[in-house]
Structures are given as C-alpha cells and as structure tokens.
Design a protein around this ligand. Structure first.
Ligand code: 3PY
Ligand code: MG
Length: 248
C-alpha cells in the first residue's frame, strides 16, 4: 500500500531522519525496518543527486519523504520527479501557502505540477500508470513550525489535499523566543492547538524528536507520523560509546 494511503487511513508510521549524503546509510537504516525516511533537503548537504541515489538505495523497503529547502514549484517538481513518495514543506504559515504547495504536487486539472520524464515515471516506461495515480499517491505533508502558523491553523487544517501536518518543535519554539525549549508550557500549548485543529479535521499529525523518548508524549496524544532520531546522531552516539568504553 502506498505511504499516502497509509497516512490517510491513520496507520502508525515510524521514521527517522537522514541528513548525510550517503546511500549506504539510507540502505542500512531502511534495513532496520522504518516505515519511512525523512530525507532532509532543508538543512545539511543533501542535493538532488544524493536524493536520487538514496531513493534507489531504499526502494521497496521504506517510503522516502523529502523535505524541500523551499516551497517553490521548481523544487517540489524536481523532488517528485525523482520518485519521492511525498514531500515535507517547511514553514507553512497560511492556508494560501498550503493550497499553493498542494497545487505544485498535483498534475492538472487538480494542480499545476509540470509533466516530465524522470525516475518517478520509470524514465518514461511507466509514464501512463504513474500519472494516472500520482495525484493520490504523492503524500503532501506541511510543517506547522512558526507562531504565525499556530494563529492560522484552524484554516490551514481544512486545506484540501494536505495529508498530514508535521510539527517542527525546534523552529516553533524559536519563533516564540524560546529556542530549543520544546517542553515549555507555552510551546506545548501552541502544539496542542495544532493537535486539536488537525484532529477536528481528520488530518494526520506528525512530530519530530531527537530520540524515542521525546516522541512518546505525542504518540500518546494520537500522533501517527513519527520521526525519531537522526543518522548523524546514530554514528556519533555509537562512536562516543566505544571511545568512552575504552578510556583508561
Ligand atoms: C523543527 O523542529 O523545526 C523541525 O523542522 C523538525 O523536523
Ligand atoms: Mg524546522
């Protein structure tokens, strides 16, 4: 079943974040059984060709969702043409912006996605079957991660074509003058207002945490799209542990 369908039917989907330009790391992580991989194109070094190699490395194992660096038509089109299962759009603060992002993800007549031949369309071999179902199959996930988004969340959550709203606790706390204080009462209250608006409109909710512990409270609140941990953190934690164990 496609990732977007699983999201819409409310499946519990556990992912982790990839930031390193290494298909081998993507492959290793996918072999660990994650439902999806959050490939981060907003921060860090990942570029178009890195995404393509990573998508190839994990195909058939984990769904690949790419967070775009900017919510532009050109960037979103390129990411989808690589064959990503969906996009994560950062910093979506209004319903108008959410509608614009949805339109970039859908072929006409629902949207304005450009028509190309790339990996997503089997380099042309699968063109007809791909375009027939792409508007349903591509997951559109937008981030609520600014105090302005919190103010507009009632309207944002009603935008047709949004498959999930993903909280960015770090940017949200920063926009409230509380950078990194993700458990601060006001930050949590802001997140709770997103939770209520999305649950009212039957929109799946996502949350990121640096480790499993940080996401548990949100799993309890009904969040289904979970991203825990970061590839670089897995490497440094393992390296630090070995180094510490062998310290005289
Ligand atoms: C944030 O916390 O700002 C994020 O974007 C996490 O994905
Ligand atoms: Mg963010």
């Amino acid at each position: 079943m496609k990732f977007s369908q699983r999201l819409r039917q409310g499946d519990y989907l556990v992912g982790t974040m990839l930031t390193l330009p290494a298909p081998e790391i993507a492959e290793m992580v996918a072999k660990c059984g994650f439902d999806w991989l959050f490939m981060d194109g907003e921060h860090g070094a990942l570029s178009t060709l890195d995404w393509q190699r990573m998508l190839q490395a994990v195909a058939g194992r984990s769904a690949s969702i790419i967070r775009v660096a900017e919510n532009s038509e050109a960037t979103i089109k390129k990411v989808l043409d690589l064959g990503a299962d969906g996009i994560i759009a950062p910093q979506v603060n209004s319903a108008d912006e959410a509608r614009r992002i949805v339109s970039y993800c859908k072929y006409p007549p629902q949207g304005v996605r450009g028509v190309g031949l790339a990996r997503a369309q089997g380099y042309g071999l699968d063109f007809a079957s791909y375009v027939e179902s792409a508007n349903d199959d591509v997951a559109v996930i937008i981030q609520a991660e600014h105090i302005d988004a919190i103010g507009n969340i009632g309207e944002i959550a009603t935008v047709e074509g949004i498959d999930a709203v993903f909280i960015g606790p770090y940017d949200l706390s920063a926009s409230m003058g509380k950078m990194g204080q993700i458990d601060d009462a006001e930050v949590v209250a802001a997140i709770d207002s997103v939770t209520r608006a999305c649950q009212l409109n039957n929109v799946a909710l996502g949350y990121f945490g640096v480790d499993a512990q940080s996401v548990l409270p949100y799993i309890e609140k009904g969040y289904k799209l979970i991203c825990a941990g970061v590839d670089a953190g897995f490497v440094t934690a393992g390296a630090q542990q070995i180094r510490a164990q062998l310290t005289p």
